[in-house]
Design a protein around this ligand. Structure first.
Ligand SMILES: [Zn+2]
Ligand SMILES: [Zn+2]
Length: 351
């Protein structure tokens, strides 16, 4: 869920940047060394074109549309806060997504691992395996699906395997109140390796997936399992000065590099980061200098996802669209953008 709002108005430089190949714009155009300066007239005609485009398509979608890097969204849900299927389809198209991975909830269960039922539907009214599977089958070019289940019930493995055999590309979203090294979770790590799919985990201190500080033991024990980290505790721990704190899940201000997440990404080839949700966006916006360095440092390990529940898919209200714009703002090189938006997802999910 979006924990930051931070609506950013599209400014002239961003509009201008969207007109030209990214490598030309490492600096603002009027200070470009070693290239013929773009004239004021080029700039104005570019702006005029964009004004026209804005009038035709609606200004708020400008930054996320156009013939640029294709985008895969690795983190969406069916029925998310009761969003209709029609709205989901329109939302992903408005964001300019080429392919979306739908992550199911587990079945409704009243147990400690679901916080006595409060976390059913991923605590966001998300629907389950069959709904994601059917939606993806109805739109096979644009959507694919994951497989999921509450990890500590008798049916877990059988239910997840059923959808893996139908073609699920990930085990997710694992968002349950369990120890990250419990026998039940370890069985899922084995299953992921067996089917050569990643497993995506929602890390939230004292709520979901306990034991982030000892997770390296799992990364070492299961080298053939591909893990993907997501959510508040994952992103708060990019900062080495952060102490896990359930009351401070969206920390602000300067980041000191070398936090646990930074080190996991650096030291273990089998863990990746999902840039989705308010926590992913906050991690970039809170210190943009660090955000840009972090995206470059881990350009082969970070993957775009939206995880937003709005119906619009446009910059004014959509955190997924804002994250796309923020990544474009911090990463001028189209080669790196392509990895973050497309190549890494293609490789990790074997799409
Ligand atoms: Zn989610
Ligand atoms: Zn959205």
């Amino acid at each position: 869920m979006a924990g930051t709002s931070g609506v950013r108005l599209v400014n002239t430089f961003d509009l201008f940047r969207s007109m030209y190949p990214a490598p030309m714009l490492l600096q603002k155009p009027d200070s470009m060394p070693g290239r013929p300066a773009l004239s004021r007239r080029d700039f104005i005609s570019g702006s005029a074109l964009l004004t026209l485009a804005a009038a035709t398509h609606g200004c708020s979608t400008l930054e996320t549309s156009g013939p640029r890097e294709p985008i895969i969204d690795i983190h969406q849900h069916v029925g998310y806060h009761e969003r209709t299927n029609t709205a989901l389809l329109a939302h992903q198209r408005a964001m300019g997504i080429k392919k979306t991975i739908l992550l199911p909830a587990g079945r409704p269960v009243n147990s400690s691992s679901t916080n006595n039922g409060a976390s059913n539907g991923l605590e966001a009214k998300c629907l389950g395996n069959q709904e994601c599977y059917e939606f993806a089958k109805a739109h096979p070019k644009e959507f694919t699906f994951g497989a999921n289940e509450v990890p500590d019930i008798p049916e877990t493995v059988q239910e997840i395997e059923k959808y893996l055999k139908l073609g699920a590309v990930v085990i997710a979203e694992q968002k349950f109140r369990v120890e990250c090294d419990s026998p039940q979770m370890q069985r899922l790590y084995e299953l992921a390796a067996e089917y050569r799919v990643p497993i995506l985990m929602h890390w939230q201190f004292k709520r979901y997936n306990y034991g982030f500080d000892r997770f390296h033991k799992m990364l070492e024990k299961y080298p053939k399992t591909v893990f993907i980290g997501h959510a508040q505790t994952w992103w708060a721990n990019i900062d080495s000065s952060y102490q896990d704190d359930a009351a401070n899940l969206y920390p602000k201000g300067k980041v000191t590099p070398g936090g646990l997440t930074d080190r996991y990404l650096r030291d273990y080839p089998n863990i990746y980061g999902d840039l989705s949700a308010g926590s992913g966006l906050n991690s970039l916006k809170r210190d943009e200098e660090h955000g840009a360095a972090f995206l470059h440092r881990h350009q082969d390990k970070l993957i775009y996802g939206s995880d937003c529940a709005d119906p619009a898919g446009t910059l004014d209200t959509c955190q997924g669209a804002q994250t796309i714009a923020e990544i474009r703002r911090l990463v001028p090189e189209s080669k790196v953008l392509r990895k973050l938006f497309y190549d890494n997802a293609m490789r990790v999910f074997r799409l």
